[in-house]
Write a protein that binds this ligand. Structure first.
Ligand code: AKG
Ligand code: FE2
Length: 396
């Protein structure tokens, strides 16, 4: 059986980190939440093959239809999870002004590593958006000088948590998805996932969404906080949070909030898995908006692990998959369709590194200028961007 997460015993004196107090969940009045499937990850190791088969079937429906699912019983307790939220909160309460400047991120360089100030998604200061982040890449885990000093005594603990998420939780999740593709259990982890030490080419994020003010609303996108987008990697592990702001785009062209499920992970399929699966898995569009009325004064802390695919690989469908051999690829939507169009013209598709770096370098969020190009597709407003010759259309 997979071992549960065990926090490390600290090797140096620990600061007092106040316990994070979760804001109250919304009363949900008048809100239609997305109906997502739940996967209990511990069942993957059930001795009864029928239980495992049923889990694979549920996962198949969830990732084909929704591209999102709740993951429970994955080895981290609610208390352990809240401890990480406490550390996240502690970061924003203690990072100094000097560190905010010195550790400032540079997305134009193709990476989100470091501190994001609440002024747009560029290195230089833009319009206010009330969103702060600290993004931990492998260099942050390797060098304490790259993280705020308040976190130095806590880095062992953050690293152990992220290590568990990447080598146990995400590995088991990819096992389940390999089984959906009817491939050997470790196929996706060994062939596609960026691996090798903490945290390879993936990254971990502490994000803080401060409540929207009139100032932010007037320069940005009103109630919109992050544009509709798909994540570029293999899987994204988002911790379900009490403040409901995350929305997903349904097959009926409607945005719906993802409800709070205490202790659960909200998993979303990234673009790499959509392509690998030949369009069978959906990289679902999602966005972040103002929460329901009764939560608008609360800060929203969000912890996320973005799992990356092997950097130098040019992804294409896993033709060895019996599922793809039997049913072919599905070209009805999304980035797989665009990659396919490029391959059909005989052009090389971008490597995973090129794909993610070009997206990060040219990202435009609500507070940024110039704004994104907006086009109408079948009466629906979409943003249009080109990366490495691949046209990407996303609902805003
Ligand atoms: O904070 C969230 O719930 C989602 C953020 C997100 O989609 C992203 O950072 O890619
Ligand atoms: Fe995302």
């Amino acid at each position: 059986m997979a071992e549960p997460y065990v926090p490390p015993t600290p090797t140096e004196p620990q600061p007092h980190v106040p316990t994070w107090i979760p804001p109250p969940p919304t009363d949900g009045k008048g809100i239609e939440f997305a109906q997502l499937h739940t996967i209990e990850l511990n069942l993957l190791e059930d001795p009864d093959p029928a239980v495992v088969q049923k889990l694979v079937e549920t996962a198949k429906i969830a990732i084909k239809e929704d591209g999102f699912l709740y993951l429970t019983n994955y080895g981290v307790s609610l208390e352990q999870l809240h401890r990480q939220f406490s550390i996240g909160q502690y970061t924003y309460d203690h990072i100094t002004e000097e560190e905010k400047e010195r550790l400032k991120w540079n997305p134009q360089g193709g990476s989100y590593a470091g501190y994001k100030a609440p002024f747009g998604w560029r290195r230089e200061k833009g319009a206010p958006d009330g969103i702060e982040q600290f993004n931990f890449y492998k260099q942050q885990f390797a060098d304490l000088n790259l993280v705020p000093s308040c976190l130095h005594p806590l880095m062992e603990e953050i690293a152990a948590f992220v290590h568990y998420l990447t080598t146990s939780v995400n590995r088991r999740l990819l096992k389940l998805f390999s089984l959906v593709l009817e491939l050997p259990p470790d196929w996706l982890y060994e062939n596609i996932q960026s691996r090798g030490g903490i945290v390879a080419d993936s990254y971990f994020r502490h994000a803080l969404f401060r409540p929207l003010t009139e100032d932010i609303k007037s320069v940005g996108g009103g109630a919109l906080r992050m544009n509709g987008h798909t994540d570029y990697g293999t899987t994204t592990l988002l911790f379900s949070v009490p403040v409901s702001s995350l929305q997903i785009w349904g097959r009926d062209n409607k945005w719906r909030y993802v409800g709070y499920n205490p202790g659960a992970l909200v998993i979303n399929i990234g673009e790499t898995l959509e392509i690998i699966s030949g369009g069978h898995f959906k990289a679902t569009r999602h966005r972040v908006v103002e929460p329901p009325e009764d939560q608008r004064t609360f800060e929203r802390l969000s912890l996320v692990l973005f799992n990356a695919s092997e950097s130098d690989m040019r992804v294409q469908p896993a033709y060895v998959s019996p599922l793809i051999q039997r049913e072919g690829c599905i070209e009805e939507q999304g980035v797989y369709k665009e990659f396919k169009a490029l391959m059909d013209k005989g052009f090389p598709v971008p490597t995973n590194r090129e794909w993610r770096e070009s997206q990060i370098a040219s990202i435009r969020q609500v507070a940024d200028n110039p704004k994104m190009k907006i086009v109408l597709v079948n009466g629906v407003e979409m943003s249009e961007q080109m990366y490495h010759g691949v046209k990407v259309l996303l609902p805003v």
